[in-house]
Write a protein that binds this ligand. Structure first.
Ligand code: ADP
Ligand code: GLC
Length: 482
């Protein structure tokens, strides 16, 4: 089974969120299932630097207004996976966030930058760019790679099938409709049954309309996006493709997230010996400038600060949380108003609330390891990874019953099966109630310990999801053998 995964992000080199974690882990899990998987990535400086034994396989020349475009093939440092990297210095030779300039605004040539990624994906898939290897399935992730599905569909009678995974329907890659001409796709690909979306051009639609199959990252989110409330204006299209849409839950990369071997944390620990976790908590409290009180329940959130993540609910519920003697720490960055509000809370409650407006991978591990509870009160959540990391580290997740959070955390009412605290309404009152229930359970030491241990015993490894993707690829190829 030959599969090409195309994406903009990959841990540990280019990451703005969970997409990078998935692209950094799923291909290897598929290899473990016997697949021949290769990656296609834009040549961002960090990716170029990670490519070993690189050789040029195609000289693409000038496209999308940029010259000197080449396709390199090499092996990724660490995993040794074969990766194709699109070398286009004018488009990708920019460090930092892959989508935004230093001013925090989208790069004005993002359509060309990611159109190129899609074009290369489809032409690699058709065997034109590397005669030595042709995938049977092209698997594109999120809007950044979605045009690959449209370019593939534009090829006459290709045997290659495409899978499009939606990691977040809210980020659609919308551009000026007039720029459709830049993509060089046949005119029939525009219009409301093509890429057009309310007078704009939607890269998301390139995947939703033209992929052979559409997946998203949890079964619940797959059902939710067929409803107006979560459909971001695309629920009609999702319903129309109902038979082709499914949800496959993400996994956890055990090589990166394992409290027994994690080199970023103060002390290793396991379900059998939790003493290291107490040391992690003390170290975290110290690093955050919070009192080193082993008995104060420490709630954390590690998150992009956007409306999606619902951290404003935590702020509404803060007085109640602190009244229970708890501590709160948040690490994240994003929406300036939310950043200011969080800083305001930290200033108002010094030594009770700590806020780090930073993106810091190592410290994220320390927060997951040292906390008692992880807050993920999202308004919507395609899968969510921090609650999965928390479960592995004996940190009890407090989550809203939505998307992948609903699929991965079971509330206290489930008794012997429970792994966390789950609440329904996106309100400060419901959040406060959930945190009150969490603190009450924490104060009952034995119940809390049982909850932690059940969480740590959950298996969210990549094996089962990788097998589901393999089954999906096989179904596609059985329907149309290559
Ligand atoms: P999303 O992809 O919507 O941001 P996920 O929960 O799927 O949400 O993945 C978020 C990923 O980004 C996790 O690996 C999390 O640890 C990481 N992350 C988020 N914010 C930060 C931060 N401020 N510092 C370090 N890592 C972060
Ligand atoms: C997106 C979603 C998140 C998911 C991640 C990886 O960024 O917001 O819920 O876990 O992709 O699939």
């Amino acid at each position: 089974m030959r599969v090409l995964h195309a994406a903009a992000e990959i841990y540990p080199w280019v990451k703005t969120g969970g997409l990078a974690d998935v692209v950094g882990a799923l291909p290897q899990a598929l290899v473990a299932e016997g697949a021949d998987v290769r990656l296609l990535l834009p040549g961002f400086p960090a990716v170029q630097a990670a490519l070993q034994e690189a050789e040029v396989v195609a000289d693409i020349g000038a496209m999308f207004g940029a010259a000197r475009i080449r396709l390199c093939r090499g092996r990724l440092q660490g995993s040794g996976l074969v990766a194709y990297v699109v070398e286009a210095p004018l488009m990708y030779g920019r460090s930092g966030n892959p989508y935004l300039g230093p001013d925090g605004r989208e790069w004005s040539d993002n359509l060309q930058r990611f159109g190129l990624l899609g074009w290369v994906g489809a032409h690699l898939a058709s065997g034109e760019l590397d005669p030595a290897w042709q995938p049977q399935v092209l698997h594109a992730h999120d809007w950044h790679a979605a045009t690959a599905c449209a370019y593939l569909a534009a090829q006459p009678a290709t045997p290659v099938r495409s899978v499009y995974t939606v990691h977040n329907l809210a980020y659609q890659g919308l551009f000026d409709a007039a720029d459709f001409a830049l993509l060089g796709l046949p005119a029939r690909f525009m219009g409301s049954s093509g890429l057009e979306f309310h007078g704009q051009l939607s890269c998301m639609k390139a995947g939703l309309v033209y992929a052979s199959r559409v997946t998203t990252v949890s079964p619940t989110y797959a059902r939710e996006i067929a409803r107006e409330e979560f459909g971001c204006g695309l629920d009609g299209l999702v319903r129309a493709r109902d038979a082709d849409v499914s949800g496959i839950l993400n996994g956890v990369d055990g090589a990166v997230w394992d409290p027994r071997t994690d080199s970023a944390i103060a002390a290793p620990f396991s379900a059998e010996d939790l003493s290291g976790k107490a040391r992690c908590k003390a170290a975290l409290q110290q690093a955050l400038g919070l009192p080193q009180d082993a008995h104060a329940p420490l709630f954390v959130a590690v998150s992009r600060l956007t409306a999606q993540k619902g951290l404003d609910l935590v702020l509404s519920a803060l007085p109640e949380l602190l009244a229970h003697g708890a501590q709160l720490a948040v690490q994240g960055s994003g929406d300036p108003a939310l950043e200011r509000a969080l800083l305001g809370a930290a200033a108002h409650y010094p030594r009770r609330v700590a806020v780090r407006l930073a993106y810091d991978e190592a410290f994220a591990h320390q927060m997951v390891a040292g906390a008692d509870a992880m807050l993920v009160p999202s308004r919507f959540e395609p899968c969510g990874l921090t609650q999965l990391y928390a479960l592995r580290y004996g940190t009890v997740p407090v989550v809203r019953r939505v998307g992948g959070l609903a699929d991965t955390v079971l509330d206290l009412v489930e008794g012997e099966a429970s792994t966390g605290i789950v609440f329904d309404d996106a309100t400060g009152a419901a959040m406060a109630d959930a945190m009150t229930r969490a603190v009450a359970c924490y104060r009952d030491g034995a119940a809390w310990r049982a909850l932690m241990l059940r969480g740590m015993a959950q298996d969210f490894s990549w094996g089962p999801p990788a097998r589901q993707y393999m089954a999906l690829y096989r179904q596609l190829l059985d329907a149309a053998p290559v």
